[in-house]
Design a protein around this ligand. Sequence first.
Ligand SMILES: [Zn+2]
Length: 230
Amino acid sequence: MNAEVTRQIAELRETVARQHAELTRYNLVAWTSGNVSARVPGQDLMVIKPSGVSYDDLTAATMVVCDLDGVLVEGDFAPSSDTAAHAYVYRAMPEVGGVVHTHSSYATAWAACGESIPCHLTAQADEFGGEIPIGPFALIGGDDIGKGIVATLSGHRSPAVLMRNHGVFTIGRDARAAVKAAVMCEDVARTAHLAHTLGQPVPMAQADIDSLYDRYQNVYGQQPVAPTGS
Ligand SMILES: [Zn+2]
């Protein structure tokens, strides 16, 4: 590994460790379930959570580095048991730089029912561009979970998929974006559940969903400022 790759890995170890703290901060995980990974840009490598280590003990040093076949390259612990799924996503979706998995309660309740979350909220239109889709049932271990994630999210606006009878997988351009999608997915799932218990949520026009999505993805937030020449 050259010095630049070593520096990138050191930085991503910090980032990925820090992003795990967001999972506990937003109550998305119980015990050691849930994990975050990040692709090492330009390399067939990723930084991911070690298996079975308490969230309080997750630091940059405890993170592990794997290749995109899920084989351990660097680290003192075994990689997360979900490593094969993360690796499959990075192999199949080159634009993805971060992957998150949780069993967050409300979103996973929809997954348990085998139901996608229909879009009845502007916040969901903003972030997900429509429904949050349900993915297939798949057993842990091989490539089946990864295949299900990729088959469901390829060509879909949503960065989140509810894997049936299991939980949430999200993707992003980096680890932070994937964590944000996991946080927003749980928030939307919770409100959608409450709405369904209150009555019949009111449908939104597809044109309005499209318009909200376009505005949020392309206009909302801090835009980069063009450099002023001097
Ligand atoms: Zn899981």
